[in-house]
Design a protein around this ligand. Structure first.
Ligand SMILES: [Ca+2]
Ligand SMILES: [Ca+2]
Length: 490
């Protein structure tokens, strides 16, 4: 059971930490340059600090502000020129307090007060302030051995600071930190967010979030809505150098709060506008002065910086042509590839055909050619024979016709019949020769043609025609004989 409770507590702590981290990280943080200063160009040439006013023994330089030097009874302070009205804010200050002796004095203070306190007894600034002071007290006035110490002291304007006890009874929060004579600048962060003021100190070199150590947290702290940021320092009989290297102010805004638009007032906008116009005029004047001083240097015409419509069109056409050329080149490459591929396939086919012919036709190409020649020769011979047969058949037919028309004397008819017999016998003989040639000729297969009617079927057809013709002749002769015999009886 205790283990479970411990686990629940641990989970709650983790969840709460994540939630706090999320809230803190999501806060909008805006740098406020009018309430800040930082090197390396910290000051004007005249020595002033932009947007800040300094009083007393302050020594500004380009990279830091010595608020109080290491001399006896020095007092110095610097305050923002404008008051700030941030509801929530944060200040990060890098400072260095150093001296030759083991003990130093008196200390340094960060202020946010309703009015500026240029000079006074509280670390160089005025007493009875209305606001808050964060003190870095180096001198142990009450001899409690608790200095250097960091104190948070609030005041409504009526409280007088008690130096004798180091403000022990007036501080709202404090922490003992050795911020004197450090090798590196000490960083302090004061955050005022939702009426809670928290102070964290980073004594080391690392400027990271985790290097800050919480020093004091003051809840329900009411500060003036409008006030000035300030820094002050003082020395006594003992003296340290009190240097501030940077003072950075940020305004904080809750997530989803109103935007920054309203933070610029109309007067500020007008001031910026005037400043901008002044800058433009000054720029024009400088241009003219430069032209006067350098008349040989010609300024390029404004048109030379811009291209005309025609130039733009030409540019577009040129780009289009480039693209077309690229496409054509691409197409040519593709065609070359296709041609090569086609050639390769053709070579493969030729090679395979050659191999096939070598393996399947054993007689060889010369044998195939001679066979083909033989076939052609036989075909020619057949055609010639058929032509002769046709002429013989036609002659037989004409002579048979003559026999039929004349039918005059038997002796004459008998001579004609014998003549026809001779012709028929000639045709029969030639037919036999033809058949013999076709049957006993060389082994001639009709090349390439499947088993459709071949040369033999043509012979059969001719035989059939001849036989039919012979039968017709015999029939005509027989009829003419009968007619002549019947005439003998009349
Ligand atoms: Ca003190
Ligand atoms: Ca003390």
């Amino acid at each position: 059971m205790p283990c479970t409770l411990l686990l629940v507590h641990f989970l709650f702590f983790i969840t709460f930490s994540v939630y706090v981290q999320h809230v803190v990280s999501s806060i909008h943080r805006r740098f406020e340059y009018k309430y800040s200063f930082k090197g390396p160009h910290l000051t004007y040439q005249q020595g002033g600090i932009p947007f800040w006013s300094h009083y007393g023994d302050v020594i500004p330089s380009t990279d830091q502000v010595r608020v109080a030097p290491s001399l006896r009874s020095q007092r110095g302070s610097l305050w923002t020129s404008y008051n700030a009205s941030f509801e929530n804010w944060e200040v990060e200050m890098a400072f260095s307090i150093s001296g030759m002796l083991r003990i130093g004095a008196d200390g340094l203070a960060i202020w946010f007060t309703k009015e500026r306190g240029p000079n006074g007894p509280v670390y160089g600034a005025a007493d009875n302030w209305d606001g808050v002071g964060i003190f870095f007290d180096t001198y142990d006035n009450d001899d409690n051995g608790n200095n250097p110490i960091v104190l948070v002291v609030g005041n409504n304007g009526r409280l007088t600071y008690n130096h004798l006890n180091d403000g022990a009874t007036q501080s709202l929060g404090s922490c003992i930190r050795d911020f004197r004579n450090r090798h590196y600048p000490v960083r302090a962060r004061i955050t005022y967010y939702k009426k809670t003021l928290s102070v964290a100190v980073n004594p080391g070199l690392a400027d990271t979030e985790y290097a800050y150590e919480s020093c004091a947290v003051v809840n329900d702290m009411i500060l003036p809505k409008v006030g000035y940021f300030g820094v002050s320092a003082a020395t006594g009989s003992l003296a340290d150098d009190h240097d501030v290297l940077s003072f950075l102010t940020f305004s904080l805004r809750e997530p989803g709060a109103e935007s920054d638009k309203k933070q610029i007032s109309d007067s500020e906008r007008d001031a910026f506008q005037k400043e901008y116009e002044q800058f433009q005029k000054e720029l024009e004047k400088r241009k003219e002065d430069y032209q006067k001083d350098h008349p040989t240097v010609s300024t390029p015409k404004e048109d030379e910086f811009y291209e005309t419509d025609r130039q733009r069109e030409l540019e577009m056409v040129s780009k289009g042509q480039d693209q077309i050329q690229q496409e054509l080149n691409h197409l040519t490459e593709r065609l070359k590839m296709m041609w090569g591929e086609q050639k390769r396939h053709s070579d493969i086919l030729n090679r395979s055909n050659k191999e096939e012919s070598q393996t399947t036709v054993k007689e060889g190409p010369t044998m195939a050619k001679s066979n083909l020649d033989n076939v052609l020769k036989i075909q020619k011979h057949l055609v010639q024979t058929l032509e002769e047969m046709r002429s013989s058949v036609s002659e037989i037919a004409s002579k048979a016709k003559l026999i039929h028309q004349s039918s005059s004397g038997s002796s004459n008819a008998e001579s004609k019949v014998t003549e026809i017999k001779e012709h028929v016998s000639i045709v029969k003989r030639e037919m036999n020769n033809l058949l013999k040639n076709t049957v006993s000729g060389p082994n001639t297969r009709c090349p390439g043609i499947p088993s459709s009617p071949s040369c033999i079927s043509t012979g059969h057809f001719l035989v059939f025609v001849i036989l039919q013709t012979v039968f017709a002749m015999y029939y005509l002769i027989y009829r003419s004989k009968k007619e002549s015999e019947s005439k003998k009886f009349f």
